[in-house]
Design a protein around this ligand. Structure first.
Ligand code: H2U
Length: 349
């Protein structure tokens, strides 16, 4: 019988954050690597687009005018998924038809007044202003009595459902823990109870020793392709110090966080010489007034691209019916990302 090799043999890996498994089929990724042969794609966007509803001073769909902002700008989403009103309701007695009204606030955050930039093309000092605004939003929204969780995220690229190339993200604050966060919290809590340490601190210590899935690091954060990564080039930013939320970051950590975001997103753009699409989001402690020693600040990047600027990984048939599946091994993906330059391709061609 052959000896197991995680770069050869199909196997399943466990995601300790969600309690789910992913099927890894590394033998299917043996075709030649062609990513570097891509022709650089240039999107020639103007610095200011008079028709963009996110550019400074422009009118949004509902007639409200954006401020003539000069760095970061936040406004209440004009088409919010959640509303603030308290609703009277009677619970359904049949447990097969459970529901409960959900209250919340949705905001849009413009990362820059420049229509033609994205996070990887912004200066670290400008990304730092985004981080500072995320802090203010977490604090402001999280301090409201009906808000127990603040989800900060970004959809980048049309393929991820992003409605406008102007650099922006969203913030959804709500009463309940959304499902993904609830699963993560349960895992972190269980681990903390059993070991009296942070799951992600222990995981990061091991990854920094092994180094095989490490993409990049600075003095306060590390980026890995997680052992259990689902998406081909999925990454996880983990803070080296154990703290629960963005407000607990020191100024030095905030700078380092901005810097590490720049480093990973530049690598992403350089992978296929394209503005690399992804959904990213920060997972951090709830704002429910409880102590949450189990929480460990982290940020996920879920990019859909597989082999080129246009060939994406589909999460379809087996993934929908069975479980997530990947071909390229997380170790190979990490090696590819690690070896990419940290200077944006647009600055070199
Ligand atoms: P996405 O690109 O990730 O879809 O985010 C854009 C958000 O901007 C989206 O949630 C909001 C949409 O509701 N929006 C406004 O609030 N006002 C507008 O004038 C257009 C879009």
């Amino acid at each position: 019988m052959q000896q197991f090799d995680n770069n050869e043999h199909p196997h399943r890996r466990y995601n300790p954050l969600t309690g789910e498994w992913v099927l890894v089929s590394p033998h299917r990724a043996k075709r030649p690597w062609q990513g570097q042969n891509e022709t650089p794609l240039h999107d020639h966007r103007p610095e200011y687009d008079p028709l963009c509803y996110l550019c400074p001073g422009n009118e949004r769909s509902n007639g409200v005018m954006n401020k003539k902002y000069t760095d970061v700008y936040v406004f209440d989403n004009d088409f919010p998924a959640l509303l603030q009103e308290e609703i009277n309701y009677k619970a359904e007695s049949n447990s097969l038809f459970q529901f409960k009204p959900e209250r919340g606030i949705n905001r849009v955050i413009c990362f820059s007044p420049r229509h033609d930039l994205t996070l990887p093309e912004m200066e670290v000092t400008a990304i730092e202003k985004v981080v500072q605004e995320w802090k203010r939003q977490y604090q402001d929204l999280g301090s409201r009595d009906f808000i127990n969780y603040v989800q900060i995220f970004e959809n980048k690229g049309a393929v991820m459902g992003c409605s406008n190339p102007h650099p922006h993200g969203q913030i959804w604050a709500q009463s309940s823990l959304p499902t993904q966060v609830e699963k993560t919290q349960a895992s972190l809590q269980k681990y903390y109870k059993e070991h009296n340490t942070s799951l992600l601190a222990d995981y990061l210590t091991a990854e920094l020793e092994k180094k095989e899935r490490l993409v990049t690091e600075n003095s306060h954060f590390a980026v890995v392709v997680p052992f259990w990564a689902t998406w081909p080039y999925e990454t996880l930013i983990v803070s080296k110090r154990h703290f629960g939320n963005i407000v607990q970051m020191t100024d030095e950590e905030s700078k380092a966080f901005a810097e590490i975001i720049k480093r990973i997103t530049v690598r992403y753009d350089n992978l296929f010489n394209t503005s690399f699409p992804y959904s990213s989001g920060i997972h951090q402690s709830p704002t429910d007034g409880q102590e949450h020693p189990e929480w460990h600040f982290h940020m996920h990047f879920y990019p859909p691209l597989l082999r080129s600027a246009t060939v994406k990984k589909f999460m379809v048939g087996y993934e929908m019916m069975g479980e997530a599946q990947r071909d390229i091994s997380p170790e190979k993906s990490a090696e590819i990302l690690r070896n990419l330059p940290e200077v944006h391709y647009k600055q070199t061609v």
